[in-house]
Design a binder for this molecule. Sequence first.
Ligand SMILES: [Zn+2]
Length: 303
Amino acid sequence: MNDSLFTPVDPEGIRRFLFEGAGVRGVIVRLEHSWRQILGRDQYPENVARLLGELTAATALFAGDIQLAGQVSVQLKASPLLPLAFAECSPEGHLRGLARWSEGAATSSLAPDALPGAVLAITIERQENGVRYQGLVPLQGDSLARSFEAYFAQSEQLPTTIHLAAHAGACAGVLIQQIPAEGGIARERDAITFEHARILADTLDASELLGLDATELLRRLYHEDDLRLFDANPVRFHCRCSRERVAAMLRTLGREEAFAVLAECGQVAVTCEFCNEPYPFDGIDLEQVFASETLNAAPQRAQ
Ligand SMILES: [Zn+2]
């Protein structure tokens, strides 16, 4: 397991804010150290890195979204150019992510219309009751951000505006949302405030999103509005892989298959794709893994 105590923290990683007197809330995310930890685990082509950075920033935004309140993972899948981009953020701000790409990806467009059939899966595990649910939305519009907005409109019934940006040094995003209100007058007031917030957020460019901290960014956009900015939630790169999880994965692979790999390679070497932590298993290790099989009959995720 990659020990989070030794990974650098983004102290201002996630910051929530609200418009005083209106049902409009927002989240700002700006990740440097944690993003560079993700980026440093592989040799990502620039365009794949940008897309993974935007996906990672979005995942942290959703983890900071009080309406969702849980462990969030976002997965982009089903495109031959980019078989997988994945990011995950816990309510404690533990973040990890990765992408897999094919040879042609570096020189291809990764815009939504160049990835037909690609689907975004957003999985939220509610903190209070542990219930997991997943929403699916096709990759659409002219950006990842537009696809996520469509998700919130369809699945959560919440008017939402999202902006995302990433480069090698940072990934960042802002999300603004009109939350459900009691009564028509409140809803109307909130809709006006949300529309005002959305129009101003549309004037942001990527360099501002990546370069300004939350206080500066809100001042730049909403200096005439009464806003409350909450304390920051730190974010750090943290992988929750473990030897036990890898052992559980080997059990689902099966004794025969695992020992066949051992016979061929001399050991079973599993490397975590998120943090590059190696988990080698020799013959004695494998005997122990499968001896405890009956005690751990339920299949688990490997990582
Ligand atoms: Zn790991």
